[in-house]
Design a protein around this ligand. Structure first.
Ligand code: NOJ
Length: 753
């Protein structure tokens, strides 16, 4: 035991000693938290519920506070965010160790898709449908972050998002609750590793609870209005899965839900999360969201805001200082019972105990370990593999006048023109929510140019022209780009958004490819050269011209530190693309929200040719440009021989299904097989199809594998009008597909009583 825990006051010395002694006695963490809580003054308790930003690197509107150190020393701060690196975290922790009770600080950080090693943005990584890969990237992020002093990541973001105008669509796993739940659990497990207390585990923080992704009009921070059925059926499942996976903490959200701000929403935090789901961790507010309830018009002032938040179950105040300003008075006024404060404080202290911080507040401040983990070359190798798994091949037509597709490109190609504003970009490839790590060059990135260059031998000429900027209407660079294209056998054009055009507060009403980039494509296509387009973005963009005219398109999102190498791996066929979209791509903004699991309606539109009094647009297709689950490969897969163990299933039974998958092409490849169900008749209308299973299968050319799924009552259930989780007897359609529209095999069965 470390002597520095001992307090200056005899009574406290005795109390703390009792707590520490109890460690040896292996008392439960909850008892230990209880014992510490008993020693605390009300002000110290409120201090634990108070989180401050460091002096820089704000990820929200900053409150300038010149006396953080003084407040920490008085025990008035329980946690800090945006302090990165062992030197910095040690500095603050040393100040906390000068406080009366020496309760260690928790350091939180948005480690959203990597720390020093940047992985693909979460939406891109979701395209891999590869839970092991997703878990591994979170594991590496946690290993690096924990070595640099971080205890707690504000991730995963598990908000279902069906509106690509919303900039934060990049942070999640897309539109679907089934896929989203699997990814949420994988990310939590990745961050938390073998469990809190391990040196390389960070606490996950599941956010934003809840329904933040359904902001009206796709405008960030906007209101959300939705039925309870939709909330439970679509928006809550990933949160539930993350809680079940053992997530240590939750973050509430900026939006109001049906008129009640999520931060002050008792139904969400106390009834559902801490009640029904039995969540034992703590809930942190979003940045300033307690105070923002005044703007929402739901409370009058800070006093009422704090009352509302703590009553609703929000345990920690990120940066609004409302708890600090008003909780003492609220307790004195008997508006907030001490039991509520104690509950919040104990939840927070328990996590500090679980992280081992009471045993050693500096255990994550080891500079030697920091250097070692931040320089582990294996991390880059894995980042490259995961980035390649995240690239979605959208189109791959044949070479002009030939029978072979443009991609993969031959490494023996005589000359390649690599054109576009993103070819030589460095930091852009990181996307939004990268971490600035002290002492690390934030341009520590393999550019697309470098990646392609690395792939080619001396016999291939690689030519470059920028062509244009990402934004603006300047076409001065077109002539040079055309001249360069004319000298080449093939053109690769890298276009898209700026990395900070998606992310927090980055909603856009126009999600076209910005500027004159598609005009650049037009002039390049006019040269008659085959053009491969790389689209870099943090969201589904609208790019109809490109989609309809470019012969080959790879959606590369933002792939992180190894972007260039990963892109080159796929371009030249060292990796066969296998990614599938986790979100529908609209044809234009007028189709939004667009998602595959919609209801049939009373007047369903099933084609674009019949628009006669049915649920269609008069001026636009009802179908997305690219559907959920879509993505091409360099090989071909055939699906056959669907078999069901029975055509009838009792709720207490299981139904086994199998089919055969064959790689009929010439390259080894992975296929994401997708199982969809449609419940034909429900007491609540059921979607036309719902993802209920998937698997990623690697096959050699010519190889056939039998794929099996098991259907259980759980997979046939939904929330009825009483919000009971039920499976109603009746007929179900079963669809096996390569995407939500590309259904290859079908059958049906009946659920019987
Ligand atoms: C606000 C964002 O909504 C949240 O996701 C993030 O974790 C905090 N800022 C802290 O940066």
């Amino acid at each position: 035991m470390r002597i520095k825990y001992l307090s200056h006051f005899v009574i406290t010395v005795f109390g703390i000693f009792a707590v520490l002694f109890s460690t040896a006695q292996n008392r439960s963490i909850s008892q230990k938290a209880d014992s510490v809580c008993k020693l605390m003054t009300l002000e110290e308790k409120i201090g634990q519920m108070n989180q401050y930003n460091d002096d820089w690197n704000a990820t929200g509107p900053l409150t300038l506070d010149n006396d953080k150190a003084g407040q920490i020393q008085l025990g008035q701060v329980g946690s800090m965010l945006n302090c990165v690196g062992t030197a910095r975290t040690r500095k603050w922790q040393e100040i906390a160790m000068r406080s009366r009770l020496k309760i260690p600080l928790l350091f939180g950080q948005d480690v959203v898709h990597g720390f020093k090693t940047t992985f693909p943005i979460p939406l891109a990584e979701a395209c891999s449908w590869d839970m092991d890969a997703i878990r591994l990237s979170a594991r590496i992020a946690a290993t690096e972050a924990s070595a640099a002093g971080i205890h707690w990541t504000f991730a995963p973001m598990v908000d279902i998002a069906r509106d690509p105008r919303w900039g934060r669509v990049m942070e999640g796993a897309g539109e679907d609750p089934f896929l989203g739940s699997a990814i949420a659990a994988a990310r939590v497990k990745g961050f938390q590793g073998e469990g809190l207390g391990k040196l390389n585990a960070v606490m996950a923080c599941v956010k934003h609870f809840a329904a933040y992704g359904a902001a009206i009009g796709g405008r960030d921070y906007n209101s959300v209005d939705m039925s309870n059925r939709l909330l439970w059926e679509v928006y809550l499942p990933p949160f539930k899965a993350a809680a079940a996976a053992g997530a240590a903490t939750f973050m509430n959200s900026f939006n109001d839900l049906n008129g009640v701000p999520a931060t002050g929403n008792r139904y969400l935090q106390r009834d559902i999360l801490k009640g029904k789901w039995g969540f034992k961790g703590f809930v942190v507010s979003d940045w300033g969201s307690i105070g923002e309830m005044i703007n929402h018009g739901n409370v009058k002032n800070e006093y009422e805001a704090a009352l509302s938040a703590i009553t609703a179950g929000c345990d920690m105040d990120m940066e609004s200082r409302n708890y600090k300003h008003t909780l003492v008075q609220l307790v004195k006024d008997k508006k907030v019972p001490m039991a509520l404060i104690d509950e919040a404080v104990k939840r927070i202290l328990q996590k500090k105990f679980e992280m081992g911080l009471f045993d050693d507040p500096y255990r994550f401040c080891d500079a030697a370990r920091e250097t070692k983990e931040l320089n582990d070359p294996a991390h880059a190798t894995i980042a490259r593999q995961i980035a390649a798994k995240s690239i979605v091949l959208l189109k791959n037509e044949n070479m002009p006048g030939q029978t072979n597709p443009i991609l993969p490109l031959s490494k023996q190609t005589h000359s390649i023109a690599f054109i576009g504003p993103l070819v030589k970009a460095l930091k852009q490839n990181k996307g939004f929510w990268d971490v600035e790590v002290p002492g690390v060059d934030s341009n520590f990135i393999v550019s697309q140019w470098e990646g392609v260059k690395n792939k080619l031998g001396a016999d291939t000429k690689l030519l470059y022209a920028k062509g244009c900027d990402i934004e603006g209407d300047n076409k001065d660079g077109f002539a040079e780009a055309v001249a360069v294209a004319q000298q080449a056998d093939v053109v690769i054009l890298s276009i898209g958004e700026r990395r900070d055009m998606s992310g927090e507060a980055k909603s856009r009403s126009n999600i076209n490819i910005p500027g004159v980039q598609e005009d650049l494509l037009k002039v390049l296509l006019a040269t008659g050269k085959p053009v491969v387009v790389l689209i870099n973005a943090g969201r589904p963009l609208v790019f109809n011209y490109t989609a309809d005219h470019a012969p080959a398109i790879m959606y590369t999102w933002w792939l992180g530190s190894e972007a260039g190498n990963a892109i080159a791996d796929v371009l030249f066929g060292d990796v066969n693309p296998s990614a599938k979209l986790p979100i529908s791509f609209p044809r234009n903004e007028g189709q939004i929200p667009i998602y595959y699991s919609h209801f049939n309606t009373g007047r369903p539109a099933t084609s674009d040719t019949n628009r006669n009094y049915n649920s269609s647009y008069n001026d636009l297709s009802i179908f997305p440009k690219y559907e959920f689950g879509f993505g091409l490969s360099y090989t071909k897969f055939e699906y056959s021989h669907l078999q069901l163990s029975s055509k009838k299933m009792k709720a207490s039974d299981q139904l086994e299904l199998s089919f055969e998958l064959t790689n009929t092409g010439k390259m080894v490849g992975d296929e994401v097989v997708q199982l969809y169900l449609r419940d034909r008749v429900g007491s609540i209308c059921r979607p036309v199809s719902e993802l209920k299973g998937f698997d990623k299968i690697k096959l050699n050319p010519g190889e056939t594998r039998t794929i099996r799924f098991t259907l259980t009552k759980e997979l046939l259930s939904f929330y009825n009008d009483q919000l009971n989780w039920v499976a109603e007897p009746g007929e179900f359609e079963l669809m096996i597909g390569a995407s939500s529209r590309d259904i290859r095999l079908k059958d049906q069965f009946e659920l019987i009583k």
